[in-house]
Design a binder for this molecule. Structure first.
Ligand SMILES: Cc1cc2nc3c(=O)[nH]c(=O)nc-3n(C[C@H](O)[C@H](O)[C@H](O)COP(=O)(O)OP(=O)(O)OC[C@H]3O[C@@H](n4cnc5c(N)ncnc54)[C@H](O)[C@@H]3O)c2cc1C
Length: 434
């Protein structure tokens, strides 16, 4: 390619487009390569975006027709056994009013396209249907641009930002991110189920435009370390489920079997009844946490978002970490342009910015969480079974005195999870999130 650019970005997801917006705002010549036919064509996620993060990049995003599906006013958490479920929900007036758009659902095909259009309007060039296949390097090994699958394929740039998502062979090529291990990623599948808008309003008890998220734990993943979700869109719901890739390999369960099983569960089935399956998608999720975040910059390049394994699993936050890391990468690049220093040490400000921000602080806080889940499989097997059996018995009114019921329930729990194991679980849980 003949044209020259200051910055080449790989990937038009939340990380890449955020960086492109910040750079283009300052008049930097920036190009984004996206392998999809259009931004979002190849992307899927659960559906929740965070307004504050987006507002920092696109102030007034509501007036600029951001394709919001529903504003989230209630978050539910359900712990399922095979036949029942304990649920907790939180709804707050603030999420209808002053904290409206704290979180909202979007579809990636529409959102990514809209977000990329905002970057274009600021002056960024977005080149779609183009795969970056390699990094160009000079004799000293410094990254000097990208190689693409286009006929006129090579493009030189002062600095390259890798924002190409979790399955990033380019990050591996830098030598910074080792081959992904199955225990550090989850495989998730999602079905988009169409329902009339007013049916969703009624089933979830919300007024038009408002919505609910449900996180689903326990037996839903058929004994594997994983989680399911059900999020409301305007005229559809997203039902998804994912589990650790290492567990899929050992347990020989197929992802779609898990999803089909979940659709028949008594807590879920009434919420999706008579819905029409519209889309079925699968994607990886980085789940290794803080200890799998690679070195974040080298000679002539930086890594952001999922490509740098930035996903906060306990809070299901990924898009915001991607946007914030994209923004901090862009701010570092602006400084580097001013100093004309794109060396590893010239870009170190990026790592410092990330360490000072909530991104790495949160990942660090939860660094023990992945191993906690890995070593406490009873969370997905015997514990939900015992908890739901206890709830079922305590709620059965049949003339048995409550004291007897209580001691039977406790006996059943002890039968499934011995008291010492239970104590250990509580202690490890506390240590993994404190
Ligand atoms: C099932 C599931 C549910 C999730 N739910 C949520 C949620 O509700 N809320 C939330 O905040 N996060 C959620 N996440 C995480 C969130 O999707 C990611 O953290 C976020 O999308 C990361 O953004 P990114 O820009 O780093 O990467 P991506 O969004 O993956 O974007 C990377 C882009 O790079 C492109 N690309 C890749 N390789 C190349 C190449 N070689 N050349 C050119 N282009 C390339 C891809 O096509 C893609 O457009 C979920 C993820 C999954 C899988």
């Amino acid at each position: 390619m003949d044209e020259t650019f200051d910055v080449a970005i790989v990937g038009a997801g939340p990380a890449g487009i955020t960086a492109a917006c910040v750079l283009a705002d300052q008049g930097v010549k920036v190009v984004v390569f996206e392998r999809g036919e259009y931004p979002g064509a190849k992307n899927m996620f659960g559906g929740v975006l965070y307004g504050r993060c987006l507002g920092q990049i696109i102030p007034g995003y509501i007036e600029k027709n951001c394709p919001i599906e529903r504003n989230i006013v209630e978050s539910r958490l359900s712990y399922l056994s095979e036949d029942g479920g304990l649920s907790l929900a939180y709804r707050d007036r603030a999420f209808f009013e002053e904290r409206r758009n704290n979180a909202f659902t979007v579809g990636r095909a529409k959102f990514d396209r809209w977000f990329a259009d905002q970057a274009r309007a600021k002056g960024a060039v977005i080149v779609c249907a183009t795969v970056v296949t390699d990094l160009l390097r000079d004799d000293a090994g410094r990254v000097t641009g990208v190689k693409t699958d286009r006929a006129d394929g090579d493009l030189r740039a002062k600095v390259v930002l890798l924002a190409d998502g979790v399955n990033s062979p380019l990050a591996a090529l830098t030598g910074f991110r080792p081959e992904i291990r199955p225990e550090n990623v989850a495989l998730a599948v999602k079905e988009l189920i169409e329902l009339p808008e007013e049916v969703i309003d009624e089933r979830f008890g919300v007024s038009p435009g408002n919505g609910v998220t449900c996180e689903i734990l326990g037996n839903a993943t058929l004994g594997m370390n994983g989680v399911a979700f059900l999020y409301t869109n305007r005229r559809s719901v997203s039902l998804g489920i994912g589990a650790n890739l290492a567990d899929f390999a050992t347990q020989k369960v197929r992802p779609y079997e898990m999803l089909e099983n979940l659709k028949t569960h008594p807590v879920i089935a009434p919420l999706i009844k008579d819905g029409k399956p519209k889309e079925y998608l699968a994607h990886w999720l980085p789940e290794g946490g803080f200890d799998t975040v690679p070195r974040l910059c080298g000679e002539g390049f930086l890594i952001a978002g999922d490509s740098a394994m930035m996903f906060n699993a306990p809070h299901r936050e990924g898009s915001n970490l991607a946007m914030t890391s994209g923004r901090l990468a862009a701010e570092t690049i602006l400084e580097a342009i001013e100093r004309n220093d794109f060396s590893s040490s010239g870009l170190q400000g990026y790592a410092k910015r990330l360490h000072d921000s909530y991104v790495l602080k949160d990942l660090k806080k939860y660094r023990r969480f992945p191993s906690f889940l890995e070593t406490h499989k009873e969370l997905f097997t015997s514990l939900p079974r015992a908890a739901c059996a206890a709830a079922r018995d305590m709620l059965t009114v049949d003339g048995v005195p409550k004291k007897v019921r209580q001691s039977e329930a406790w006996k059943a729990i002890r039968g499934q999870v011995p008291p010492l194991r239970l104590l250990r679980l509580v202690w490890d849980a506390w240590r993994s999130v404190r």
